[in-house]
Design a protein around this ligand. Structure first.
Ligand SMILES: [Zn+2]
Length: 68
């Protein structure tokens, strides 16, 4: 409609997945992030994430992967 490409992706685990190492929260005995967790530190690689930023990057990656 506005000359942009719109792609749908499966949002599953986009919030829970560490963009840097791919670790998924809720696996390996870790607790899943809740809506109150605005920031978190990946227990696998130790990187600090701002939750929505991390999720947005994951969603972008998924969308770009669909284009490729
Ligand atoms: Zn990580």
């Amino acid at each position: 409609l506005y000359g942009r490409q719109f792609i749908t992706i499966n949002p599953r685990n986009t919030t829970q997945t560490c963009r840097d190492c791919g670790f998924v929260m809720g696996t390996n005995g870790t607790d899943k992030l809740t809506l109150d967790d605005r920031n978190w530190t990946c227990p696998n690689c130790g990187i600090h994430h701002i939750r929505d930023w991390n999720a947005a990057k994951n969603i972008l990656d998924k969308g770009m992967a669909k284009l490729a």
